[in-house]
Write a new protein. Structure first.
Length: 221
């Protein structure tokens, strides 16, 4: 990424293993609220301002998110540049899906400024590539536009969202992410947000840095 946190790319493009699904583990089902209602978690105060995750509406938000996806700094890692239909094909299946992946706008002080995906990493094809644990929760993030890049905003919001996950998902012991190993600013942002580097992981479309924020270490890192 050409500038620090240019997208704070915690995720992958549509060719990623996180775009499919794997059977749920015993005792879990692919229906119902698999992420413990993140749309109801409300706002949180951060050093960057008041932040909230707002579920994406394709009809309302497609043009905005597609514009961000066409930023060259973002497209280099998300691979979703092109007409709005390209972004829609990525987002709509999540909006209409079973809830194992949910897309959000990140709204800071009332202004949409980032795109997020929360997903059940243990129910995702990613689980084939690392020792997943039940209720592991994954994060993808990009910062839209340039105003919030290179100022530590991505780090601040990564920590805030990971805290939201751990606060509202008591069965989740770990928040995980898999940025492209080449995306040094993104990996650095995760480290600064209290994640640890767990491993290098070979995924179908990239070599990734597996980043983990442990509930047990959240007050230490």
């Amino acid at each position: 990424m050409p500038s620090t946190e240019a997208s704070t790319d915690t995720g992958t493009g549509p060719g990623s293993p996180t775009r499919g699904a794997v059977p749920p583990p015993s005792g879990d089902t692919p229906t119902g609220d698999l992420l413990d209602a993140p749309a109801e978690w409300g706002s949180t105060a951060t050093a960057a301002g008041v932040f909230q995750l707002v579920p994406v509406s394709v009809e309302r938000d497609l043009a905005l998110v597609s514009g961000w996806m066409n930023d060259p700094a973002v497209a280099a890692f998300w691979h979703l540049a092109g007409p709005d239909a390209v972004t829609e094909a990525h987002v709509r299946p999540q909006v209409d899906g079973d809830g194992r992946t949910i897309p959000f706008l990140g709204v800071l002080d009332g202004v949409p400024m980032s795109y997020w995906e929360l997903y059940r990493a243990d129910l995702d094809p990613l689980a084939r590539h690392y020792p997943a644990r039940p209720h592991d929760t994954g994060i993808h993030l990009l910062l839209g536009g340039g105003a919030n890049r290179g100022r530590g905003v991505g780090t601040t919001l990564l920590r805030a969202v990971a805290d939201l996950v751990l606060d509202h998902r008591p069965r989740c012991a770990r928040v995980v992410a898999e940025p492209d190993l080449r995306n040094t600013p993104s990996v650095s942002a995760f480290l600064s947000a209290g994640f640890r580097f767990a491993a290098e992981v070979d995924l179908p479309d990239k070599r990734a840095a597996l980043m983990v924020r442990d509930r047990a270490l959240r007050d230490l890192l």
